[in-house]
Design a protein around this ligand. Structure first.
Ligand code: PXG
Length: 449
């Protein structure tokens, strides 16, 4: 393949055809590519040498920022020392060290970590653990899974079945059977421009009671929700909603799974949304910020009784208790990256920093209320969304144009979903950079008015 050298000294491919890009409009991208060469701290460097401020922490994952020395060095060292060790029937020390660290980080008795390589795998893992748990306890009729409209739980068949984003489901056949969905919680009529948690909508959790009445609790295994719906465009939960969901699931012996692929590791100023909201789920799915995006890795945190029930189910100690796992579960390089990431969070006090910045972020973001076509602004922690009205008859196009202009003309990376601009800067962002992000987003919104 021919290459050319540009401002960044990075070889640029001149044939973009072979890479079938995920969740991308391939045709348009390849006409007008957005290529990234390097990253450091709060910035990407585009292939033509421009500094692009990262308002999205990559894909909600680079919570410690980019090119952080401790993480880079840990990965370099680990890959030289132990590039791979199997986790089926063998192991390496860092896997145990990391699991113990995570057990301390997550609240209550979420004391056991099952390692995966992505959020999607974490979700499928958690759903399978939920089913196995009930079966081992002799409640094998509990097979139904309940998700929520507009939820995003990755792209495995389990995840899209409990997920509620129509485009992610409609092409792929019958999915898992025995799945129901709670209603989503966005109510722009009542809650537009709420700062933090919206006041209206806690009662939407009561829809779960209707599903219990319909199916009987004895057939329901688990409910999975994102404590803050991220991918759909940042829907903080209505005040009291998560508490109600916990009370109803507990009453009926249904497991509650929080999908914290976005919300864990400081995004809300705490180790987890479970801690932030003071609501104790039975299983927590994570990925992304676990390694600050540097190496793919996910972890499912399970409460003690779930782990002990499954692991304790076999009298014979030589029998495998859970027939599940991935070749790369607890990959040594990923474990090293995760440990160095957690150390970076701790050393630099990044969770506390995120909490301290959240009010500043909120006010800065809500300063966009008077920008053209803005119909709602939502925020919590260091997550934010600005919802725009669509171009007439062309849903999604206004935000798509915004993303392209943001990159090419305003030197900022934003995420979009429908006509919503979503942001989640690395937790190292400064107040001046928050101002810069908001000013650039205002320019972008003006440019697509
Ligand atoms: N659960 C949640 C809550 C997520 O946000 C996944 C599962 C799946 O993770 P993996 O690692 O399999 O992609 C996610 C991922 C976006 C965006 O722009 C969001 C995600 C991924 C890519 C883009 O909103 N979330």
């Amino acid at each position: 393949m021919l290459t050319q050298e540009l401002a960044t000294n990075v070889a640029v491919p001149n044939d973009l055809e072979a890479f079938w890009m995920p969740f991308t409009s391939n045709k348009h991208f390849k006409q007008e590519p957005r290529l990234i060469a390097r990253a450091k701290d709060m910035h990407f460097t585009s292939i033509d040498g421009r500094q692009i401020i990262d308002a999205t922490a990559g894909l909600w994952c680079c919570n410690a920022g980019h090119g952080r020395p401790r993480i880079v060095e840990a990965v370099q060292r680990q890959v030289a020392d132990l590039d791979f060790a199997p986790s089926f029937q063998f192991a390496h020390p860092k896997a145990f060290e990391l699991a113990s660290r995570l057990a301390q980080l997550f609240p209550g008795d979420l004391d056991h970590a099952f390692f995966t390589n992505s959020g999607s795998e974490s979700v499928d893992t958690a759903l399978k653990i939920a089913l196995a748990y009930h079966r081992v306890r002799g409640e094998g009729t509990r097979t139904r899974l309940i998700g929520r409209e507009r939820g995003y739980h990755g792209v495995g068949f389990g995840g899209i079945s409990v997920g509620g984003m129509v485009k992610n489901r409609m092409w792929f056949g019958s999915l898992l059977t025995g799945v129901d969905h709670l209603p989503h919680t966005l109510d722009i009529d009542k809650n537009a421009f709420s700062k933090g948690l919206p006041e209206h909508g806690a009662e939407l959790a009561d829809e779960l009671e209707k599903l219990v009445t319909l199916h009987d609790a004895s057939n329901i295994a688990a409910v999975i929700v994102e404590p803050v719906a991220g991918s759909i465009g940042v829907y903080p939960p209505p005040r009291g909603y998560l508490e109600r969901l916990r009370a109803i699931t507990e009453k009926h012996g249904i497991l509650l799974i929080f999908d914290e692929v976005i919300t864990a590791y400081g995004r809300l100023g705490k180790g987890s949304a479970a801690e932030y909201f003071g609501v104790q789920p039975d299983l927590v799915t994570t990925a992304k910020g676990l390694t600050s995006g540097v190496i793919p890795m996910g972890a499912v945190m399970a409460r003690k009784h779930i782990h002990d029930t499954i692991v304790g189910s076999q009298a014979d100690p030589k029998v495998i208790e859970l027939f599940h796992g991935y070749t790369y579960s607890a990959h040594p390089v990923a474990c090293a990256a995760a440990l160095a990431t957690l150390e970076t969070y701790e050393e630099e006090g990044l969770f506390a920093r995120s909490a301290e910045l959240a009010p500043y972020w909120q006010e800065a973001l809500h300063g966009l209320r008077d920008a053209p076509n803005v119909i709602d602004i939502r925020n919590i922690g260091l997550m934010g969304a600005v919802e725009l009205s669509p171009y007439p008859g062309k849903p999604g196009h206004r935000a798509y144009d915004a993303m392209c202009k943001a990159f090419h003309e305003f030197d900022i990376m934003i995420r979009i979903t429908g006509d919503t601009i979503a942001m989640s800067p690395p937790l190292i962002v400064s107040k001046a950079q928050i101002d810069e992000i908001v000013e650039k987003v205002r320019g972008v919104i003006d440019a697509v008015a």
